[in-house]
Design a protein around this ligand. Structure first.
Ligand SMILES: NC(=O)c1ccc[n+]([C@@H]2O[C@H](COP(=O)([O-])OP(=O)(O)OC[C@H]3O[C@@H](n4cnc5c(N)ncnc54)[C@H](OP(=O)(O)O)[C@@H]3O)[C@@H](O)[C@H]2O)c1
Length: 330
């Protein structure tokens, strides 16, 4: 049976996107340990079946692998969806630093070349949303920025890109406020979760004011907010989470997630994972939230979180006390 998953307008792009979107990093088979393509394809088809119509991917997720799987799933099912992909910084540096010249990250010819590669991987003629995979507002003053900006405009005029968006640095959601004010991007993707609530302070209100579409990423803090981690959880070395949850961070994450579970599960959500998604959807500025999904059961559970019953201002106020910015990038 086909379920109608609730949709929201993604700001001035005008796209009507499902409240639960699809995070396509894990299926790219880089940095998330073992991932099976057969299972990824099943997961993509199940997501489409349940009404997911927003897919986030990036060329860097397996050198086009995630893009190819998503493009294939769309062709196989004949369904249409909004697909957002991303140009990686040429220097492969995340997060962007103010001291790095934009010419090392996004020289014009690199943006053009990456756009062509993504068009080929997805097998489409135009990208719905093409993101710069990282950004720092210091680049607005870089002498090469006007050339980069001109390239973004030209790729749009050439019909290769419908809308440009920016993926905000994970270490600082305020590092893109100026470029958003400058009107360069029609949508923004930002980390937002029960731990990292910083985007709600300035970025979300700014986007609401300017009509910029917001895509909330990492709703589970890479797994810390799914309720499935314990102090005994261990990740394979090829899984970046072996480092992300390394040392003291795993125990601290589990302790904090347990406190949130006690507050939210039963009263406000069926599970911590659903509570984590509902938190993101409690902000009207958010158009879609994009949990990473590699299992059919996860898609089914996550889609059920979009039931229109989100958190009110009182509860959001209480949840602010649980905010925690882990010092991952320090
Ligand atoms: N800089 C950037 O632009 C950037 C950075 C990060 C992420 N992103 C985008 O944002 C998306 C989401 O972030 P993310 O994938 O890094 O992290 P996330 O969404 O916070 O966590 C994803 C992981 O949570 C687990 N999970 C999902 N649903 C679950 C459920 N219902 N119950 C239990 N566990 C569940 C899965 O782990 P297992 O598969 O191991 O079970 C999944 O891989 C990415 O896929 C990517 O598209 C962009």
């Amino acid at each position: 049976m086909k379920t109608q998953l609730a949709r929201r307008r993604l700001g001035r792009t005008g796209f009507d996107v499902s409240e639960i979107g699809f995070g396509g990093w894990g299926i790219g088979k880089t940095m998330w340990g073992r991932t099976e393509d057969g299972e990824s394809s099943t997961v993509l088809r199940r997501a489409l079946e349940l009404g997911v119509n927003y897919f986030d991917t990036a060329f860097v997720y397996g050198h086009g692998h995630s893009e190819r799987l998503i493009g294939q799933a769309l062709r196989d099912t004949g369904q249409s969806a909004v697909v957002a992909t991303a140009v990686p910084p040429k220097n492969m540096e995340w997060p962007a630093r103010a001291s790095t010249p934009i010419g090392l990250a996004f020289p014009p010819e690199w943006i053009e070349q990456c756009t062509d590669r993504s068009l080929a991987a997805l097998r489409v003629e135009r990208l719905d949303l093409q993101q710069l995979h990282v950004w720092h507002d210091a680049w607005l003053k870089d002498r090469l920025w006007p050339k980069t900006l001109e390239t973004l405009g030209r790729l749009k005029r050439d019909g290769k890109v419908r809308f440009w968006a920016v993926s905000v640095n994970s270490d600082d959601p305020d590092s893109s406020l100026e470029v958003l004010r400058a009107g360069v991007f029609d949508a923004v993707q930002v980390s937002l979760n029960l731990f990292d609530q910083r985007a709600a302070l300035r970025l979300l209100p700014l986007c609401a004011e300017l009509g910029i579409g917001v895509v909330a990423r990492c709703p589970f803090d890479e797994g810390g907010l799914t309720g499935s981690l314990t102090r005994e959880t261990r990740f394979e070395p090829s899984d970046f989470r072996s480092h992300y949850f390394g040392g003291e961070r795993l125990g601290e994450t589990v302790r904090r997630a347990d406190a949130l579970r006690g507050l939210l599960v039963g009263r406000h959500a069926e599970s911590l994972a659903q509570a984590a998604l509902k938190f993101c959807l409690s902000f009207p500025a958010v158009g879609t939230v994009i949990p990473g999904m590699r299992r059919r059961s996860h898609v089914e559970e996550n889609v059920r979180a979009a039931d229109g019953r989100y958190f009110d201002a009182d509860l959001l106020g209480q949840l602010r006390e649980h905010a925690w910015v882990r010092n991952f990038y320090a």
